[in-house]
Write a protein that binds this ligand. Structure first.
Ligand code: SAH
Ligand code: TYD
Ligand code: ZN
Length: 410
């Protein structure tokens, strides 16, 4: 296997074992033909790109049954409102600007441009979520972005002032075609702004659940710098984000077009201190993952032996890695509650734990809830006061495996 970015041979430092499609919530009749792949990861010693060795075909993950709707979290709606305002204020300087977002999903960010009557286009291959965006008045085309797509767009709309992406660039293995596409798409003074889960945070906080089929890459400032430099572009600004348990926003411009912020150099220094370029860092990460797995499974076994009920809270993509890597079964978790209609009534990928409506959780509180959406914990803790007041406890695994009682979370 060669690195997808620099073509250097890479070797995996760890396997998470057989994994299903992370968002592949399924019905009982589909159990027998569920798809699995071996989830092995590597970090390129030359360009620093952290990547999956094997990724399922894109149509297996992104299609008309895609289960992730961006709008299911209020916190993210606020986040994308702020992101859009920032872009409008600081980057859309021409008279009649045009902005393109890839992975625009249900239009959570693009709707702010649509409402402001700004020329915009969302590119979203998963037809069901794209349809939702269209219903929200967002101009959306349902296809995969790449260099060809960029050529088609400029024929119809002309070049863009800004190229945007959130939690999508790290999903795309054909990065060379994407960067070529960005160059084709952008005006000479245009910028690309995107954010994704940050490798530094995954390593520091042992959030290995950010590794799943869709996330073919986990970016760092240094790996993104390397990638865009191959195309005469550079990272001019970075901004750490709290979303998804720790993300990084990158601002990319043609080389020499803009001043490089001091934050870029600072973050590159931090990455050196963290040892993101060293194989030992990943060896330690592997040990940390194994320890976290053993502790979580041990804790759940203990709780079940005591006769207590555990319900999973939020059927996130990330939970697919936790459940299948740790060996969590329907014996441990009675069901997972989730607010997304398309996930309800189905079973979780791989382990086949039932997914039920949120109301099922409220109806009969369990003794313990395993928090799979720790990245939304502020929103969830505010909402679940009653669960905690009635003695309900949280099982969490970030930043370490532990039980949180009411006193801790107040
Ligand atoms: N931006 C949203 C959605 C992230 S999920 C948010 O942050 O909440 C990732 C999305 O990217 C999915 O909706 C998926 O269909 C889309 N996607 C995957 N590959 C893509 C590609 N090549 N071009 C454009 N979108 C893509
Ligand atoms: P997210 O962490 O964005 O998922 P992913 O790991 O797939 O990126 O969480 C979104 C999921 O969490 C979605 O299925 C809805 C669910 N959810 C709830 O069920 N209740 C809640 O209060 C919140 C905030 C999310
Ligand atoms: Zn490489």
């Amino acid at each position: 296997m060669n690195c997808r970015v620099c073509k250097t041979p890479i070797e995996s430092f760890m396997s998470f074992g057989k994994m299903p499609i992370a968002n592949g919530f399924l019905s009982r009749e589909h159990f027998a033909r569920e798809y699995f792949f071996e989830m092995k990861v590597a970090s390129c010693t030359k360009c620093g790109m952290f990547q999956l060795i094997e990724q399922p075909d894109r149509e297996k993950m992104f299609n008309e049954n895609y289960a992730f709707f961006s709008g299911t979290s209020k916190g993210m709606a606020v986040h994308f409102g702020e992101f859009a305002e920032h872009v409008k204020k600081d980057f859309l300087v021409s008279a009649d600007p045009f902005v393109v977002e890839i992975g625009s999903n249900d239009g959570i960010m693009m709707k702010h441009f649509a409402n402001a009557k700004i020329r915009h286009l969302g590119i979203e291959p998963s037809a069901n979520v794209a349809q939702k965006a269209k219903e929200n008045g967002v101009n959306t085309v349902s296809r995969f972005f790449d260099a060809q797509c960029a050529s088609d767009i400029i024929k119809e709309y002309g070049q863009a002032d800004a190229f945007l992406g959130a939690n999508v660039m790290c999903h795309i293995p054909y990065m060379h075609s994407i960067v070529e596409g960005i160059k084709i798409l952008l005006k000479p003074n245009g910028v690309a702004i995107f954010e994704d889960p940050y490798l530094g945070d995954v390593i520091e906080q042992i959030t290995y659940d950010q590794i799943y089929d869709e996330h073919v890459f986990l970016f760092s400032v240094s790996s993104i710098k390397y990638l865009f430099e191959q195309y005469g572009m550079e990272v001019v600004d970075v901004e750490p984000q709290e979303t998804h348990g720790g993300s990084m926003r990158y601002v990319i411009a043609p080389k020499g077009a803009q001043k490089i912020s001091a934050k870029v150099h600072q973050q590159l220094e931090k990455e050196k201190m963290l040892g993101l370029h060293k194989p030992e860092t990943y060896e330690q990460f592997r040990k940390n993952c194994e320890r976290s797995r053993d502790e979580l499974l041990g804790l759940m076994n203990k709780i079940r032996k005591q006769g207590n009920r555990i319900v999973g809270y939020a059927a996130t993509s990330k939970s697919t890695t936790i459940i299948n890597y740790c060996g969590i079964t329907p014996e441990h978790i009675e069901f997972i509650c989730d607010t997304t209609p398309i996930k309800q009534g189905k079973f979780s990928p791989g382990a086949h734990i039932p997914v039920k409506a949120y109301e099922e959780f409220v109806k009969d509180y369990p003794e313990y809830a395993l928090l799979f959406a720790y990245n939304h914990s502020k929103e969830i803790m505010a909402k679940e006061q009653k669960f905690m007041q009635s003695g309900g406890k949280w099982i969490v695994y970030v930043p370490k495996v532990q039980v949180l009682e009411y006193d801790f979370v107040q």
